[in-house]
Design a protein around this ligand. Structure first.
Ligand SMILES: [Zn+2]
Ligand SMILES: [Zn+2]
Length: 264
């Protein structure tokens, strides 16, 4: 059965509009995974607004959304997500312990005019603990703890013998690399936190580099690695250079661009 990954947002920290960011894109983290009319979304950064536009007029009745952690760049797309206000919509939200409380605090007056509790869609919260297995629609999921200030979850989704590992906002050190290698073993695609290059990495900030993504793909025997969550400082010419260098090191490596579609 076909599964398609679509990229809606590629930045970390802050959206970055402007002419120097048109090729890779300026929206924050959001990708979707589609299978047989079923839609799983990974993080609700500002890229979610582009996905929402594509869904306009479609008879979607259920959407499953995984939120890696409550940092603003992964949640900001929810503020204006029209499906929250569609009474015919069933929205399943997956995240760490405290997800419901975090969302109801963040999306609420005085920070926003309409609160999460006032949404007309039917919301189902699934709070997950590291190591837990879960169902996300027809996908079989597993979560593990990321290494990130305040904590994050990385997840692995599987269906029809295909697997995707999602590891945004996770800093690689020796112990994390070993855990991620096991977690990503044999995956078809790893979506990777390529916030920085090796030269720019800031230990303790909770992020990784594209070089580490390539090393992980090899160690885990995974199929491909999709770089994302770029620093908002990285312009198109800079990312192009990095992409060329990365592809010389590993031909399977892909730098995410908004609007990109990949078959899993
Ligand atoms: Zn982030
Ligand atoms: Zn974060």
């Amino acid at each position: 059965m076909e599964q398609q990954v679509k990229v809606w947002g590629v930045r970390g920290s802050m959206p970055q509009p402007g002419p120097a960011y048109l090729q890779y894109g300026g929206h924050t983290a959001c990708i979707s995974l589609e299978r047989e009319g079923e839609l799983a979304v990974l993080d609700a950064g500002s890229g979610l607004s582009c996905l929402a536009k594509e869904l306009e007029g479609k008879a979607l009745r259920r959407l499953d959304l995984f939120l890696s952690h409550p940092h603003f760049d992964h949640m900001m797309g929810l503020f204006t997500f029209p499906l929250l206000h569609d009474p015919g919509m069933e929205l399943h939200l997956y995240g760490g312990t405290g997800l419901q409380k975090d969302l109801e605090t963040l999306i609420d007056p005085p920070y926003w005019p309409v609160g999460m509790r006032d949404c007309e869609a039917r919301l189902f919260y699934h709070e997950l603990r590291p190591g837990e297995q879960f169902r996300m629609g027809s996908f079989h999921g597993t979560v593990a703890a990321g290494n990130h200030p305040g904590g994050s979850l990385v997840c692995r989704l599987e269906a029809d013998g295909k697997s995707l590992v999602y590891t945004l906002d996770c800093e690689t050190d020796e112990a994390m690399f070993a855990r991620l290698t096991e977690f990503s073993r044999g995956a078809d695609l790893i979506v990777w936190d390529a916030s920085y290059t090796r030269a720019d990495k800031r230990p303790g900030w909770g992020h990784s580099t594209w070089e580490e993504g390539i090393a992980l793909r090899r160690a885990a025997g995974a199929g491909r690695v999709l770089m994302s969550h770029y620093s908002p400082d990285y312009t198109d010419p800079f990312l192009q250079e990095q992409e060329l260098e990365a592809q010389r090191a590993d031909r399977t490596c892909i730098f995410a661009r908004e609007g990109m579609v990949l078959d899993l």
